[in-house]
Design a protein around this ligand. Structure first.
Ligand code: GMT
Length: 375
């Protein structure tokens, strides 16, 4: 199949998932055309079936806000027309679903039918999309998509709760390439981070308010009083300066490191003994799934779709949002001895395998086939 994928190119989960999906489909022989404004971060290396089309947004003194959606829709039309694209799969509703609708209408006038799949990822529904500034357009473009998918049951429910739509939403869970993440940690790196065998606690996110990174730090500070440990914070975003400022003056400052954005998560996650995920909401929690694939137990909140991934008392523990004492106690429970830790680690990996790339990507392929048969 010739498929166009539209996504954000950044470190956010939706862009990561879309890129990994495109790469997996290309490996299966499909031709994948990425359309976005920058090379997606997880799109490195050469692949004969992968094409990248950059959306250019010309500026003009009149434009206080350069019209990205218009440029995107025009690029979609161009890519679809010139590459025999059979379907358009857009990730994250805003503004991709609306631009896809526009492209579809333009192409229809030229006698070309192009089906559109919109995959909802989370904040496009739960945070930004339901804001009344965007809601009418998001509602309309969801309704006009040929197929709507959500990355968890929770996100499907949230969509019905927040939008008046009577369209079926299919749940296709996010996935991880377990083989890639389930690597042996490099001992030399582990020694560098934790020279005296301290436990390594990891958090990864885009440091937005919804992630509650201060809860990660406060949980770690409690834990560090009781257990020799190190905290690695991966990623970057608006809350990072605040998070760094809390750490700078704290007693455990030398045990906390901000590593910033990292492309090779599969090299870092296997070093971890525990992954902390303190979000107020997660539609899915791809970062937690990648940790599990690296055999790392997860302490997460019980918000949104997280209970669909993290099994309380099995792959880690879940706590109420903000309950840092509980998070610390649960971390101590997992790390109390090697035997207990090993059970949680094995369970985390087993659970990640349920979401393995080989189980999930065929679900998208089936969906595409269904859509093309309909034409
Ligand atoms: O977490 C973010 O803020 C980024 C956001 C995105 O769209 O890039 O992530 C959302 O999509 C991910 C991939 O489907 C999910 O794993 C995240 O849980 C979801 N984030 C939220 O719902 C807050």
């Amino acid at each position: 199949m010739n498929i166009a994928i539209v996504c954000y190119p950044t470190f956010g989960g939706s862009g990561v998932l879309a890129t990994e999906l495109g790469k997996a489909l290309a490996d299966k022989g499909h031709n994948i055309h990425f359309i976005t404004y920058q090379q997606p971060v997880r799109l490195s290396g050469f692949h004969a079936n992968i094409f990248y089309h950059e959306v250019r947004v010309p500026t003009y003194p009149l434009f206080d806000f350069p019209p990205y959606e218009t440029a995107l829709a025009s690029t979609m039309v161009d890519v679809i027309t010139n590459n025999n694209i059979e379907l358009l799969h857009v990730h994250y509703a805003i503004p991709h679903a609306a631009a896809a609708y526009m492209a579809k209408q333009i192409l229809a006038k030229e006698g070309l039918y192009i089906p559109v799949i919109t995959t909802l990822h989370g904040t496009d529904i739960t945070l930004v999309g339901r804001d009344k500034t965007y809601k009418p357009v998001v509602t309309f473009s969801m309704m006009e998509s040929d197929i709507l998918t959500a990355v968890s049951k929770n996100l499907k429910e949230e969509t019905y709760k927040n939008f008046e739509i009577d369209k079926d939403i299919e749940v296709i869970y996010n996935f991880v390439d377990v083989k890639r993440f389930n690597k042996k940690p490099v001992d030399a790196f582990k020694k560098l981070i934790a020279p005296n065998g301290e436990k390594i606690i990891v958090h990864a996110s885009n440091f937005r308010k919804v992630k509650r990174v201060e809860d990660v730090i406060n949980t770690f500070l409690l834990l560090n009083e009781k257990l020799p440990s190190k905290l690695l914070l991966l990623g970057d975003g608006p809350e990072r300066p605040f998070a760094e400022s809390i750490c700078r003056d704290c007693v455990a400052a030398t045990n906390i490191k901000f590593l910033g954005k990292q492309e090779q998560m599969e090299d870092i996650l296997p070093l971890a003994d525990l992954f902390l995920f303190t979000s107020e909401y997660e539609s899915f929690g791809l970062a937690a799934l990648e940790a599990m694939a690296a055999e790392v137990p997860v302490i997460s909140t019980n918000a949104g779709g997280l209970p669909e991934i993290n099994i309380d008392g099995v792959t880690g523990y879940m706590t109420n949002v903000g309950d840092v004492e509980d998070m610390c106690n649960k971390a101590l429970e997992i790390l109390k001895d090697k035997a207990t830790h090993d059970i949680f680690k094995a369970n985390a990996l087993k659970q990640a395998k349920r979401f393995d790339i080989d189980n999930i990507v065929p679900q998208y392929e089936k969906l595409y086939e269904r859509l093309l048969v309909k034409i």
